[in-house]
Design a protein around this ligand. Structure first.
Ligand code: HSE
Length: 440
């Protein structure tokens, strides 16, 4: 059979990796796909660099629309990124009857509903394994491997930049700003790291996983998003003394009122495998009612790991594109007419446990006052750690850090209790609150 023809829009890090892996493993990939998969056209503004990557025999153009307009191209791979021109080009490719493969989590998390509807109407596939956790086949696992399950929850370390920064902060006892600079110097963090460090990238990814897990529309605008910029080195240290590590988690959970969808730093028990995912690695834990807890670990970014996911999608399309569209795996795992209308739960209704750090006057009755106030709010305490005053503020200090771990409580209840604690004259600085996920 004639090889399936692929056009790349953008040949940067991931595009180059895709080209190289396809070429290197072409015979094996052909034996799996049942036909060859060939990149025959590439669009990139930097045509000289693109030509240097692909060599002779591949048409290189500056205009992405020339790829979409080429009737020989069966699959368009969008590797431009962002919500702007990428959205236009993806919609145009779909309108032209092309299948689309994309690594663009931002695009799908924000405009997924429009894009999947257009693809469904046109009978083409939009595949996006590379959009979540790079080389880890988590979309395939959720959409197909775990299809028997009622999925209960997903918790993932799905941003390598922030996991690298947190690992360095813990290992070296350094503060966030120092480690960020080092991460930028080493190329682990972008020059503008905002999307990574503010949790936006992780929120795009957990939004996509949530949609697939629960059969709900992609709703990035409903996600709760908190990054790691405010994390202090001392909280990482106190957490460790209490048997926890702090990780930036993407969490989505099925609860009675709907679905939780949130990204924030969280204490994770050190004994959990997820707590031991270090450096720029990614990992996702999925709990299904039948299978129990499963864990997926690997590289969440990088040229060939991401190419691995892009090519898996190309193989899927090569196998399925002649199948009746109704017999393909639905984009979001559930058939479009069988989606759920489960609501995203507001954070005030989320039930979880908490780490609190209070800077308090080191005097009689302070601990009793704080714990008494929590007790009267119905918040149960799991553990208390009080540092010696001189460990915190030097000898003769009249202040100390009081660390409290709570049992599960409603976030709205905790917010109210924190406001009361903050108003106590013996609480001397803004209270630090970090959520805690036992993942049991
Ligand atoms: N910037 C992402 C990360 C990789 O740090 O994991 C691409 O999503």
């Amino acid at each position: 059979m004639k090889p399936i023809q692929v056009g790349l829009l953008g040949i940067g890090t991931v595009g180059s990796g895709t080209f190289q892996v396809l070429r290197r493993n072409q015979e094996e990939i052909k034996r799996r796909a049942g036909r060859g998969i060939e990149i025959t056209m590439v669009a990139d503004l930097d045509t000289a660099r693109a030509k240097a990557v692909v060599g002779e025999g591949v048409q290189v153009v500056a205009d992405a629309r020339a790829v979409i307009a080429n009737p020989e191209i069966d699959i368009v791979v969008e590797l431009i990124g962002g919500y702007g021109i990428a959205r236009q080009l993806v919609l145009e490719a779909i309108a032209a009857g092309k299948h689309v493969v994309t690594a663009n989590k931002a695009l799908l998390a924000v405009h997924g509903t429009e894009i999947f509807a257009a693809a469904h109407a046109k009978g083409v596939m939009v595949a996006f394994e590379a959009a979540v956790a790079g080389g880890i086949p988590i979309i395939k696992a959720l959409r197909e491997g775990l299809t028997a399950n009622s999925i209960q929850w997903i918790a993932g370390i799905i941003n390598g930049t922030t996991n690298f920064i947190l690992s360095e902060m813990r290992d070296k006892g350094l503060d966030f700003a120092t480690v960020l600079k080092e991460a930028q110097r080493l190329g682990y963090a972008e020059a503008d790291p905002t999307f990574d460090i503010e949790g936006v990238d992780a929120a795009h990814k957990v939004t996509l996983m949530s949609a697939i897990a629960f059969g709900i529309p992609v709703q990035f605008d409903r996600a709760h998003v908190e990054g790691i910029t405010k994390l202090a080195a001392q909280d990482i240290k106190y957490a460790e003394q209490l048997g926890y590590r702090i990780k930036l988690l993407g969490v989505t959970r099925r609860v009675a009122q709907g679905v939780e969808l949130r990204v924030h730093p969280a204490l994770v028990p050190s004994k959990r495998l997820l707590a031991n995912v270090e450096g720029a690695m990614n990992a996702v834990v999925v709990h299904g009612d039948a299978v129990g807890t499963t864990l997926y670990y690997g590289k969440g970014a990088g040229s060939e790991p991401t190419a691995s996911a892009v090519i898996a999608d190309l193989v899927d399309i090569a196998r399925l594109h002649t199948a009746d569209a109704a017999h393909r795996v639905p984009h979001l795992a559930f058939h479009p007419d069988a989606m759920s209308d489960l609501k995203i739960v507001p954070m005030a209704e989320v039930v979880t446990s908490y780490y609190l750090r209070l800077r308090v006057a080191d005097e009689a009755g302070v601990l009793a006052k704080v714990t008494g106030l929590l007790a009267s709010a119905g918040i149960s305490i799991d553990a208390v750690l009080q540092r010696e005053a001189d460990e915190v503020g030097g000898e003769g200090s009249t202040q100390t850090d009081l660390i409290i771990l709570t049992h599960d409580t409603r976030e709205g209840t905790l917010d109210d209790a924190m406001a009361q604690l903050q108003a106590l004259p013996t609480v001397l600085a803004p209270i630090v609150r970090i959520r805690k996920e036992e993942l049991s």
